[in-house]
Design a protein around this ligand. Structure first.
Ligand code: IPE
Ligand code: IPE
Ligand code: MG
Length: 251
C-alpha cells in the first residue's frame, strides 16, 4: 500500500478526475439500502480531497451525479440531492480551513432550487481559496457539454462575432464548462467498471486511466496515493517515441 512518502512531488499531476463508483454495491455488501452507500461515500470524498490538497494537487474533479443518473428511482435521486445539500452545507467551514475552493460543472440549472442555491453559496464563500480547486460534476454529461459548446459557438458565428476559420481546439475548449481548468492528467474510476460513462470526453483525450476494484466508500487516502504512484511510473509519450521522451527528460 502506498503512502505519501512514495510520491515524487516533482511529478505530480496538476489535475486528477475521479469517477466515484460502487456506492450501491458497497451498501448491498453491508445488507443496507443504496443510500447508505452514498452516505458512506461522503467520507471518501473528504479523505481524497484532503489527500489531494496535502500532496499539492491543484485541481480535483469528482463525478458526483451524471445526466443519466436522473433516470434512477425518484427516492434515490431525492436522497442524493438531499445528501448533496447537507454535505455542501456542513463542509464549507472545513473547505475554508483547508483553503479549498469549490467549483461545479454540469447543467447546474437542472438541480433542485435548494441544491443549486446551497452550491452557489458554497462556491461564493470559498472563492478566495487558492490551495486546491475541488470541482463537482453535477447533472453532468460530456455529450451534453459538447452540444452546449457547439450551440454557444454557432450562436456567435450566426451573429458574425466569429468566423468559421477561427474555430480551433482552444476556442472549443473555452466553450466547455471546464473553461480555465487544465485537462486532467489522471482519471481514476473505482468499483472495477472500465468505462467512462459520459464523463469529460474532450478533456480526457490524453489522460492516463486508472481503474481499481475498490468500491468508492472503501477508497481511502492510501488508495489515492497508490493511483498517483502508478501514474508517476507511466511514460506519457503523446504520440512521440520513447527515445524522444527520454532525451527531453534529460534536457
Ligand atoms: C456511484 O455509485 C454514485 C453515483 C452514481 C451517484 P453507484 O450508486 O453507481 O453504485 P453502484 O455502481 O450501483 O454500485
Ligand atoms: C457514473 O457512475 C456516474 C457517477 C459516478 C456520478 P454510474 O454508476 O452512473 O455509471 P454506469 O451506469 O455504471 O455507467
Ligand atoms: Mg455505479
Amino acid at each position: 500500500m502506498a503512502s505519501i512518502s512514495d510520491i515524487d512531488k516533482n511529478k505530480l499531476p496538476n489535475h486528477v478526475a475521479i469517477i466515484m463508483d460502487g456506492n450501491g454495491r458497497w451498501a448491498q455488501q453491508h445488507n443496507k439500502e443504496r443510500i447508505f452507500g452514498h452516505q458512506n461515500g461522503v467520507s471518501s470524498v473528504r479523505e481524497v480531497t484532503e489527500a489531494a490538497a496535502e500532496i499539492g494537487i491543484n485541481y480535483l474533479t469528482l463525478y458526483a451525479f451524471s445526466t443519466e443518473n436522473w433516470n434512477r428511482p425518484k427516492a434515490e435521486v431525492d436522497a442524493l440531492m438531499g445528501l448533496l445539500v447537507s454535505t455542501i452545507h456542513s463542509e464549507v467551514e472545513t473547505l475554508n480551513k483547508n483553503k479549498i475552493r469549490l467549483w461545479a460543472i454540469g447543467n447546474l440549472k437542472s438541480l433542485p432550487a435548494n441544491c443549486y442555491n446551497e452550491l452557489m453559496d458554497a462556491i461564493q464563500q470559498t472563492s478566495k481559496n487558492t490551495r486546491l480547486t475541488l470541482v463537482l460534476a453535477l447533472s453532468y454529461s460530456a455529450k451534453w457539454e459538447i452540444i452546449d459548446a457547439v450551440k454557444k459557438i454557432s450562436e456567435k458565428a450566426k451573429k458574425n462575432e466569429i468566423s468559421t476559420k477561427e474555430i480551433d481546439e482552444k476556442m472549443f475548449a473555452s466553450s466547455l464548462c471546464t473553461n480555465g481548468i487544465p485537462d486532467p492528467e489522471l482519471l481514476i474510476r473505482t468499483s472495477g467498471e472500465q468505462r467512462i460513462s459520459n464523463f469529460l470526453l474532450w478533456q480526457i483525450a490524453y489522460s492516463e486511466l486508472y481503474f481499481t476494484e475498490k468500491l468508492w466508500p472503501d477508497f481511502h487516502k492510501e488508495d489515492f496515493f497508490e493511483a498517483i504512484c502508478d501514474f508517476q511510473n507511466r511514460e506519457r509519450r503523446f504520440g512521440k517515441t520513447s527515445e524522444q521522451i527520454k532525451v527531453n527528460n534529460k534536457q
